[in-house]
Design a protein around this ligand. Structure first.
Ligand SMILES: Cc1ncc(COP(=O)(O)O)c(C=O)c1O
Length: 439
């Protein structure tokens, strides 16, 4: 029986085709483990961990309890010039999962805030060292770094930028993206072609001079744009070039952090250590909004020790290390550790990859990319209607009890790390059925 719908008119929905949605709403009522239940009582397999964030599965008892207990004990504590023990404990727990030496943690509430915080730390670092002229930031085409003005400036997704084009940060440049179907279609793991694309950074350095450049920011694996896996050697080369010129390297690990690739971070997975890591999503299993920036100790120390007495870094949020977020982070990281979910993701990834690549023969599939527990399935666009085929597949998957995401004509799947092998089969079988049906 269908529950009565609420009044849909007042809510302006984010990143949503509001008019379409309100004509054909998709409303979720509850969630447990690998499934959502829709308001009309249907079970929906979560193929996307919500929005790439519920890595330990839904409504985990330990996280629910930790949040409830904390809400009753101390709902809020100011984070400016005051603290509370859980904030420090959460920072220690986050630091323990970061690459060696990246053990200074600044808390935020979202990926967008983490990105803007990381960019600001980069500027503060150079200024503290007497290189305040290093203000240029380098992003990458097709990059997604959230929706703050910093994030959309370094980001490379055109619809997210064009409305605000006159108000973007002034000193920004972009590397080319790494997607190339001619060279890399249906690659398994990291594509063989494309390492040399990192050399474009040399061109940008030659153009602007290294002395004006503060930082390069990239997603080690670009998620929101449609799952672009870095070519072999590419991240290593970016690291080498940034190090050569004293430019900080920021990895935006809002998606890749906390197990998506089968390691705590993509930095660990690829063996490339940046100077800052922006995180959110899986840090709290999305049970309370939370984010963080992990910072190399020398970057942190330069800012802290380079300042006059008093506040060293004029930045922070009312809700940085909110007690409920800190409680959720600690409970989440405990589950990841106890259940060894990153290792589980790593062990499941060959099964996942094989199931994803088995869709190669399905009509209109022009590329399949996967790594860890994330896959992108790119479809050929319909004539004159780019994105329409993937949008229809998304809706049909939902009607058939599966949640996927789509960007342009790429379907993306990124299930919770607790997924069972049989659910991997179900997930890709549903996609196969849907794509065959809508061909
Ligand atoms: C790589 C990356 N950075 C930043 C963000 C923004 O995060 P939020 O939506 O929490 O602000 C996202 C969100 O998907 C992301 O994928």
């Amino acid at each position: 029986m269908n529950a009565p719908l609420p009044d849909l008119s007042h809510l302006w929905m984010p990143f949503t085709a509001n008019r379409q949605f309100k004509n054909q709403p998709r409303l979720l009522a509850s969630a447990k483990g690998m499934h959502y239940t829709s308001v009309d009582g249907r079970q929906i397999l979560d193929g996307t961990a919500g929005l790439w964030c519920v890595n330990a599965g839904h409504c985990r008892e330990e996280i629910v309890q930790a949040i409830a207990t904390q809400a009753g004990e101390m709902d809020y504590a100011p984070g400016f010039q005051l603290g509370h023990p859980l904030a420090f404990e959460a920072a220690t727990a986050v630091a323990s999962l970061m690459p060696e030496g990246m053990d200074r943690i600044f808390f935020t509430n979202s990926g967008s805030e983490s990105v803007d915080t990381a960019l600001k730390i980069a500027l503060a670092y150079h200024r503290a060292r007497g290189e305040g002229q290093r203000t240029r930031l380098i992003g990458r085409e097709r990059g997604y770094h959230g929706v703050g003005f910093g994030g959309i400036s370094v980001g490379g997704i055109s619809p997210n930028r064009k409305t605000f084009s006159g108000a973007l940060l002034p000193a920004v440049d972009h590397l080319p993206h790494t997607h190339n179907l001619e060279q890399n279609a249906f690659s398994k793991g990291q594509p063989a072609w494309g390492e040399q694309l990192a050399d474009d950074l040399e061109r940008i350095v030659a153009l602007h001079d290294a002395s004006t450049i503060a930082a390069v920011i990239v997603e080690p694996m670009a998620g929101s744009t449609g799952v672009l896996i870095p070519p072999k050697g590419y991240l290593e080369r970016l690291r080498a070039i940034t190090a050569k010129y004293g430019i900080l390297l920021i990895f935006d690990e809002v998606i890749t952090g906390y197990g998506r690739l089968g390691a705590a971070t993509a930095s660990e997975f690829f063996g490339v250590t940046p100077d800052l890591i922006a995180m959110a999503k899986g840090i709290s299993n999305a049970a309370v909004p939370a984010g963080a920036v992990a910072v190399k100790r020398d970057v942190h120390d330069a800012v802290i020790n380079g300042a006059q007495a008093g506040i060293e870094f004029f930045h922070g949020y009312t809700y940085s290390a909110h007690p409920l977020a800190a409680a959720a982070i600690l409970a989440t990281l405990d589950i990841y550790k106890r259940e060894q979910l990153f290792k589980r993701a790593r062990e499941l990834s060959p099964t996942f990859e094989a199931a994803a690549h088995a869709l190669k023969d399905v009509p209109n599939v022009i590329d399949i990319r996967s790594l860890g527990l994330v896959a992108g399935i790119e479809l050929s666009p319909r004539d004159g209607a780019p994105g329409a085929r993937a949008a229809e597949a998304f809706q049909k998957c939902f009607d058939n009890g599966l949640m996927v995401r789509y960007t342009g004509d790429t379907l993306a799947v990124s299930p919770p790390l607790i997924i069972e092998a049989s659910q991997i089969t179900e997930l890709f079988q549903t996609i196969r059925n849907v794509l065959t049906e809508i061909a």
